[in-house]
Ligand binder design. Structure first.
Ligand code: HDE
Length: 692
């Protein structure tokens, strides 16, 4: 066990996992039967050059296991990454719910979180344009609770019966399996055009929300309306939120595409590194609450999963915090085998009649039967509840539990009727006794037929920069659609949201701008500032800064590195070679990257050190100028001092560096306080008003 592991006090889940962990340190190699193996490089052959013999049981076992190492990837959300942590409430939520883990601020509930993309295969790139999954498993004393959410608060469809159709449309086209992990193709857009309920989600999907900077900088949403029930049996409608403490931030489109090549593991690496370096990702847990009697007080149906509850109408109450502080030991055992289910609840949490949620309640167990090979997946270590499990379920593939005694039925007399059911007062789960009247019908509720008002709300809430990005995204996505009639139908749909948006897209994709759209409802309120990422939290914390420095770098650079660290940023040296680089004052820094192994795409900001010799060495690197140019192009903060300033001018081919987000210093006067100005620029993240 590493020292780090020993310092972390084990929680109940961690302790449970301990009994399954295996360490090979100093051990002898064995077969699965525990037999020590004396030869693992040469199979048993009849003569050194002869055929391999069937009786080589070690060879057969090793090869058979290898042949069966793969399991089916998730049908959606195949690409993902997980981490362990804990959750704590800020204050007892007794008035809203009787759920035990939401009562006591001193209780740390262990959690496992898996972030994911939706459309791509397991090996696809992290930074593609896509919705991100945000699934949280709480190992509570009363059983497992899962919030299986996304980083976007609404969904494409209203009824689960359409999910297979939607997913078939977004996945690679079946005749040639192209394109991988991308929505820029005919079938996706044909689906959107023919299923206008997706209008609202379509705008989120084309916004920068679909290009997160990091899993640590995304919001999470339960999407559906759930119910919380208190001990008196009183219910409230709720929506679940995760708010990242670092704010909500995105990459820019050009970056995402290039990072997909330079580092397809960009997001998983970021999460792994953050946890390893002690920058534990934190998310505040938020609740939007609507009283049962107010169910019909809004101009949207609160059961419709294509609608959000504007935060200005229904504020988000922050009620707790989740901290992710431990990476997995084994990706397959934990992240791949974890099985989430929105129906995993404890007393005090219940469902609503949202037809999308209702369908999900079926799908998540069903899919595990194929993916994890049978009904016993709850016994896999990562999925095990820390609350004891007792029931009469038996047998099935890979059963682990050894249930004792002859009785496996309820009610029984032979075992004193155990295991026995628990009354609600003893913690037994009781479904909310909602009254339901209705005819059996297959229809869309009238109240679900407003497809456009919240699409307008989202569009109206965007800043000019965000709108520009959405327009370019439409031009790109539809520009890749080969069938003109599909492109035309999507523009027709955009007319129902915003004429200017449709007008900015139509001419670029070779289709007509219709004279008018349908008469559609306007949103109330007209906009929601909470939806714009411009109104989020900005800071320098954990931002990665490339320190471009060569041998003999100047003393100002040491101060800059210190100031960045002080502000919680992550300076990393990029140089003409790896290893220690000495500065003018005798200080030494370790270069972790070269221009060959790295790229400014992988950093949030760059800084160019002074020192004649070092700058000359850097300038002679073939990729160094491009490194600087890309950072400029992606609106990133750029700092430079002394001789570094001239190199910046050469790289950008501009003389006058009075450009937003560029901070330079050459004289003693300029150098005083330079590091603070640069840190401020790093904390601002991007300088959108920079002219290109
Ligand atoms: Fe899922 N979804 N989904 N989904 N979903 C799955 O379950 C499904 C929906 C979400 O990290 C599958 O175990 C249906 C909404 C996440 O392991 C599957 C419908 C939201 C994950 C499934 C939806 C989600 C999944 C595939 C329409 C946000 C990854 C593998 C009614 C609130 C979980 C699996 C992980 C995974 C079905 C719609 C989130 C097939 C039928 C809406 C984050 O069961």
């Amino acid at each position: 066990m590493s020292e780090k592991d020993m310092n972390v006090k084990k929680d109940a889940k961690d302790e449970q996992l301990d009994s399954f962990r295996v360490d090979n340190d100093g051990q002898k190699l064995t077969t699965n039967q525990g037999l020590k193996v004396s030869e693992d490089e040469f199979s048993l052959k009849a003569g050194e050059r002869g055929p391999t013999l069937m009786e080589d049981f070690h060879f057969r076992e090793k090869m058979t296991h290898f042949d069966h190492e793969r399991i089916p990837e998730r049908v959606v959300h195949a690409r993902g990454f997980g981490a362990h942590g804990y959750f704590q409430v800020y204050e007892p939520l007794t008035e809203l719910t009787k759920a035990g883990f939401l009562q006591d601020p001193s209780v740390k509930t262990p959690v496992f979180v898996r972030f994911s993309t939706v459309a791509g295969s397991r090996g696809s790139a992290d930074t593609v344009r896509d919705v991100r999954g945000f699934s949280t498993k709480f190992y509570t004393e009363e059983g497992v609770v899962d919030i299986v959410g996304n980083n976007i608060p609404v969904f494409f469809i209203q009824d689960a019966i359409k999910f297979p159709d939607f997913i078939h449309a977004v996945k690679p086209e079946p005749h040639n399996e192209i394109p991988q992990a991308a929505s820029a193709h005919d079938t996706f857009w044909d689906f959107i055009a023919n299923n206008p309920e997706s209008a609202h989600m379509m705008l989120w999907h084309l916004s920068d929300r679909a290009l997160p900077r990091s899993f640590r900088m995304m919001e999470g949403f339960g999407v559906h309306t759930f119910r919380l029930i208190n001990a008196e049996g009183k219910a409230h409608f709720v929506k679940f939120h995760w708010k990242p403490v670092l704010g909500v931030h995105s990459l820019v489109w050009d970056e995402t595409q290039k990072i997909a090549g330079k580092d397809p593991d960009f997001h998983r690496r970021d999460l792994w590194d953050a946890i390893e370096s002690g920058n534990y990702p934190e998310f505040e847990f938020g609740l939007q609450v609507i009283k049962e009697e107010d169910e019909f007080s809004f101009d949207f149906d609160i059961l419709d999963p294509t609608k959000l509850w504007p935060e200005e109408l229904v504020p988000v109450r922050k009620v707790g915090k989740m901290t992710l502080n431990r990476n997995t030991d084994n990706f397959f055992s934990e992240t791949e085998q974890v099985a989430f289910h929105p129906g995993h609840v404890v007393p005090g949490i219940d469902f609503s009649n949202d037809p999308l949620l209702q369908g999900r309640l079926f799908s998540y167990t069903d899919t595990q039967l194929t993916r994890l090979g049978g009904p016993n997946f709850a016994e896999i270590p990562i999925n095990r509840s820390i609350a004891p499990v007792h029931n009469n379920q038996r047998d099935g593939m890979h059963r682990m539990t050894i249930n004792r005694g002859p009785v496996s039925y309820h009610r029984n007399g032979m075992a004193g009727n155990s295991p026995s059911t628990a009354a609600p007062s003893e913690g037994g789960y009781e479904h909310y006794t909602e009254r339901v009247d209705g005819r059996k019908v297959q229809a869309r509720s009238e109240s679900f037929k407003d497809f456009y008002s919240q699409a307008k709300l989202f569009w109206n809430s965007m800043s000019e920069v965000e709108k520009k990005h959405i327009i370019t995204a439409f031009q790109f996505e539809l520009g890749k659609v080969q069938r003109k009639e599909v492109r035309q139908s999507v523009v027709n749909l955009l007319m129902n949201i915003d004429t200017a948006l449709a007008a900015s897209v139509a001419p670029k994709i070779g289709v007509q701008l219709p004279e008018a759209g349908e008469a559609t409802k306007d949103p109330v309120p007209t906009d929601s500032p909470a939806l714009s990422m411009m109104n989020t939290i900005f800071s320098a914390k954990t931002r990665k800064v490339a320190i471009i420095a060569g041998e003999g770098f100047d003393q100002a650079t040491t101060k800059v590195i210190e100031a960045l660290k002080e502000a919680g940023a992550m300076p990393e040296v990029v140089s003409d070679r790896l290893g220690p680089i000495s500065g003018q004052g005798g200080q030494s820094i370790e270069a972790l990257h070269t221009f060959l192994t790295s790229d400014s795409l992988l950093f949030d900001a760059i800084y160019i050190a002074g020192g004649k010799e070092g700058v000359n060495l850097i300038a002679s690197e073939p990729d160094a100028k491009e490194f600087v140019r890309e950072a400029y192009k992606h609106f990133k903060p750029i700092g430079a001092v002394n001789e570094g300033v001239a190199f910046l001018q050469q790289s950008l081919a501009i003389e006058d560096l009075r450009v937003p987000g560029i901070v330079t210093a050459r004289s003693t006067e300029e150098l005083s306080g330079f590091e603070n100005k640069f840190v401020e620029a790093v904390a601002a993240h991007r300088f959108w008003d920079r002219k290109m």
